[in-house]
Design a protein around this ligand. Structure first.
Ligand SMILES: [Cu+2]
Length: 164
């Protein structure tokens, strides 16, 4: 109870400080991105290879946002992908229209599902390395993140060509 009260006082104080300016409450980011990571399969991803980035994204706004793309200095190309059933096979492909997140909703990017695809890695990616990625949103500002490379064998979707 004490903590809640203290937080409330802090909020009131902030509100007083910013007065009637157009400033938005600074305490809550428009979009929260947590637990981000990039997958390394069996210790390393070779240069030229591809892998997925994953995270949990929450839209804190009152309006819809869409993750339409991404970019990274670590890869030649970065796209937003989904894993879908195509002709009876699970395949991954570019997510048409991006990933839309409703107001207040949370979407998980995880192996076997939605992910940020890093294609054409510029150098080998090792466990523990940090990958800088900029997430390109519509409806809110782009967000720069740094995701650690972690080993995972889960969700072994086909990381080969999505154009046959
Ligand atoms: Cu992919």
């Amino acid at each position: 109870m004490k903590k809640i009260f203290a937080a409330l006082v802090a909020t009131l104080f902030l509100t007083t400080l910013t007065g009637c300016a157009e400033a938005k409450p600074e305490a809550v980011a428009e979009v929260s991105i947590v637990d981000g990571w990039v997958r390394v399969y069996e210790g390393t991803e070779a240069a030229g290879g591809m892998t997925g980035g994953f995270a949990t994204i929450t839209n804190n706004l009152d309006s819809e946002i869409t993750l339409v793309g991404a970019s990274s200095e670590s890869a030649m190309m970065t796209e937003v992908h989904e894993v879908a059933m195509v002709d009876g096979k699970m395949k991954m492909q570019a997510k048409e229209g991006g990933i839309t997140i409703a107001p207040g909703e949370t979407v998980s990017l995880e192996p076997g599902g939605l992910h940020v695809m890093l294609m054409g890695l510029k150098q080998p990616l090792l466990i523990g390395e940090e990958v800088k990625i900029t997430l390109d949103f519509e409806g809110t500002d782009d967000v720069a993140v740094v995701w650690p490379a972690k080993e995972s064998l889960a969700g072994d979707e086909e990381y080969v060509s999505n154009q046959e």
